[in-house]
Design a binder for this molecule. Structure first.
Ligand code: PEP
Ligand code: MG
Length: 297
């Protein structure tokens, strides 16, 4: 049984296993994972009748920090738009919502909404190792702008004399090809990144992730995707910056093997996939997986 043991490959290489969670109600024993690689915060916004206030969010985030018992947590800021909408908020009708005002783009337009979430997340960082991740970043300008908002939120908390981790680590999702292709430059701007292979595959292959009609075109193991992934791993690793994967690719045993072969050492997945991935990784050596990836490339 691999479930509550570290993910060690045949040659001794350890792969760090993260979990993806969607609310503070998650219930995964802490010996099954090394980190929370993706804390999706949309639920807080989708379940209520109005925008959640700073206190509500702070309480939820702090609960996650406490439950994780010292494991690092990556909190992703709001990723609404695209397939997810808010009943109480008037969002623009778009012909192509996945290419529209989604996630960070919406947050930039809704300044108070964004600052409220950032303050709540910062305050939770006073209780444990919480880091903040921005979704749907497409350029260095996006990264810099997001950091400006974070700095503003920090100043607001300082004025109120409220505690937060001054050294809080900030990162981005890599899910738009335009940012993946400048991973060398992006890595200089952040402490870490996580590859959102679900969206990255969709945008790279121009195939809707929700549309079964084009499922055959939506391929996360295409040569193009694998080359892009290898580039991202290389550029982040070279600079000593943390890089992980939190899309579905990380939770599927076959693609998890490929990711490790391409350079991944941290994989984050839904908790149901942990045992399968750990078991599969234990079957092989790093050298074998590197060779497997090379062949695919
Ligand atoms: C992804 O795009 O791979 C991802 C993890 O984010 P989401 O599935 O929430 O869009
Ligand atoms: Mg995504």
């Amino acid at each position: 049984n691999f479930l509550n043991k570290p993910a060690i490959m045949k040659d001794g290489t350890e792969i760090k296993i993260g979990i993806n969670i969607g609310s503070q109600e998650f219930d995964v024993p802490t010996d099954r994972y090394d980190f929370i690689g993706l804390f999706r915060t949309e639920f807080l916004y989708m379940e209520g009748k109005e925008l959640p206030g700073e206190e509500t969010q702070f309480e939820a985030y702090r609960q996650v920090v406490q439950k994780a018992k010292g494991h690092p947590i990556t909190l992703r800021t709001l990723d609404i738009g695209g397939d997810k909408t808010l009943p109480y908020m008037e969002l623009p009708k778009e012909d192509n919502p996945f290419l529209g005002k989604r996630a960070i783009r919406l947050c930039f337009a809704e300044k108070e909404l964004f600052l409220t979430q950032l303050r709540a997340a910062l305050r939770a960082s006073a209780y444990g190792p919480l880091q903040i991740m921005f979704p749907m970043v497409g350029s260095l300008e996006d990264i810099r702008k997001a950091k400006e908002y974070l700095n503003l939120a920090k100043e607001q908390l300082k004025e109120r004399k409220q505690q937060f981790d001054e050294q809080i680590r900030i990162g981005i999702m890599i899910e738009i090809p335009a940012i993946a292709l400048i991973a060398d430059l992006a890595a200089e701007e952040v402490d870490f990144a996580s590859i959102g292979s679900n969206d990255l595959t969709q945008y790279l292959s121009a195939a809707d992730r929700m549309n079964p009609e084009v499922a055959a075109y939506y391929r996360s193991d295409s040569t193009a995707m694998l080359r892009l992934l290898r580039f991202v791993f290389q550029e982040f690793s070279k600079r000593g910056k943390e890089i992980s994967v939190c899309g579905e690719m990380a939770g599927n045993p076959e693609t998890a093997q490929l990711l490790v072969g391409l350079g991944a050492r941290k994989l984050s997945m839904s908790s149901g996939n942990i045992a399968g991935v750990k078991a599969k990784l234990a079957e092989c050596t790093l050298q074998e997986l590197t060779a497997l990836a090379e062949k695919k490339l």
